[in-house]
Design a protein around this ligand. Structure first.
Ligand code: TRP
Length: 370
């Protein structure tokens, strides 16, 4: 298992990660408190998508005391967006509504250029625009969402970025991120920019606003560094809530843009996506006879995982599907076909929203402080 901000491979052992990263286990109490403010329990909370956190309980305390709270997440624009990316963005929308919180959304076109030998700056900036449409299509509130590109909006970021950079030593950066002498110096500076967004809202509003970051756990190294310097800068440590990875359609690992056949992109023609679903890895047996006799294995099945994480909101229907699978009465071909239909319908709807987003992009971009 390898989990760094740049690579996630192998069978992911979340228990081990929680221990290694020194984060806290997610609790029912936190889920209940979030649901209480939202008015309902989001499917991702019910299904245990969020497995760990840092100080989310504190962030909730602050809100419950009547204080303003903020949200931060981001995206490395190295290609098109796939369903795995959407999970935390849907959750941000839910949190934004529940807590009436501003969301700062960072597009790290600089990061993807600096860390990737095969991408030109024009390409990552191009994907910033493309990916921003996906973010907007998740239904966020334009008056409370501030999408920015590190390259295009640097004038809003540079000063606070410098304040962060000055407080992180090279030896810390090396220890946390494993930088080598042969790495370019842009890579060494970049963490300051990812860290500074934790303080951006506070900085812009001239107040100390508790920040919560919904993200996959692989981003945690950045927050470790940020938390160490927050108080020196006069800000609260940012809180985190960590999502599991959505599996790809192939066996093991997370959904990855570098294996396009195993990921469903929001820009895929619905038919292409359906075809990918039909060739997905399942927990089925080698033959139909065996399947009828022994039943399928939803616990290792990626098709089941898609129902579980995204495409079956109804808990009872999910349980019925699970028992039909285990009993052998539901075979994989049929189950995949049903999922393919849902994926197609989802994409048709999402792509329409994405088109509309083109006309309102400006409303979602960061603006100068008044
Ligand atoms: N480094 C992230 C990536 O490669 C992008 C990112 C920037 C991010 N800030 C973030 C992700 C905050 C989650 C939360 O995808």
């Amino acid at each position: 298992m390898v989990v760094t901000p740049w690579a996630v491979t192998g069978d992911i052992d979340y228990g081990k990660l929680i221990e290694q990263f020194g984060v806290q286990h997610m609790t029912q109490g936190i889920a209940d408190r979030i649901a209480n403010h939202a008015g309902y329990m989001h499917m991702q909370l019910r299904r245990g998508v969020y497995i760990s956190h840092r100080d989310t309980d504190w962030w909730l305390d602050e809100y419950e005391k009547g204080n303003k709270v903020g949200l931060y997440t981001g995206r490395g624009p190295s290609g098109h967006v796939h369903l795995g990316h959407l999970l935390p963005w849907f959750f941000c929308k839910y949190l934004q509504d529940a807590f009436d919180a501003d969301l700062y959304f960072q597009m790290t076109d600089d990061e993807k250029y600096l860390f990737n030998d095969h991408l030109e700056l024009e390409q990552t900036i191009g994907y910033t625009y493309e990916n921003a449409l996906d973010v907007i299509a998740c239904g966020l509130d334009p008056s409370k969402t501030h999408i920015f590109s590190d390259t295009e909006h640097i004038q809003h970021l540079y000063k606070i970025g410098l304040r962060v950079a000055k407080r992180v030593t090279y030896s810390t950066a090396k220890a946390v991120f494993g930088f080598q002498d042969s790495d370019n110096i842009g890579m060494i500076w970049y963490p300051a920019l990812q860290a500074m967004t934790c303080f951006l809202q506070s900085n812009r509003e001239g107040a100390n606003i508790p920040c919560l970051i919904p993200a996959a756990i692989d981003q945690d190294p950045y927050w470790r560094v940020t938390r160490d310097i927050a108080e020196k800068l006069g800000y609260y440590k940012p809180a985190q809530i960590h999502a599991k990875f959505l599996p790809g359609l192939a066996e093991g690992g997370k959904m990855s843009a570098s294996q396009p056949e195993t990921a469903i992109f929001t820009t895929d023609p619905p038919k292409t996506a359906a075809r990918k679903v039909m060739s997905a890895f399942t927990g089925g047996r080698d033959t139909i006879e065996e399947q009828h006799k022994l039943g399928g294995r939803p616990n290792v099945c990626n098709v089941y995982a898609y129902y579980y994480f995204l495409f079956e909101n109804d808990d009872e229907a999910l349980m019925e599907r699970e028992s039909a699978c285990k009993s052998g009465s539901l075979i994989c071909g049929e189950c995949k076909k049903q999922l393919a239909e849902r994926v197609k319908a989802f994409l048709v709807d999402f792509q329409a929203k994405r088109e509309k987003a083109k006309h309102v992009l400006d409303d979602f971009l960061i603006k100068p402080v008044e």
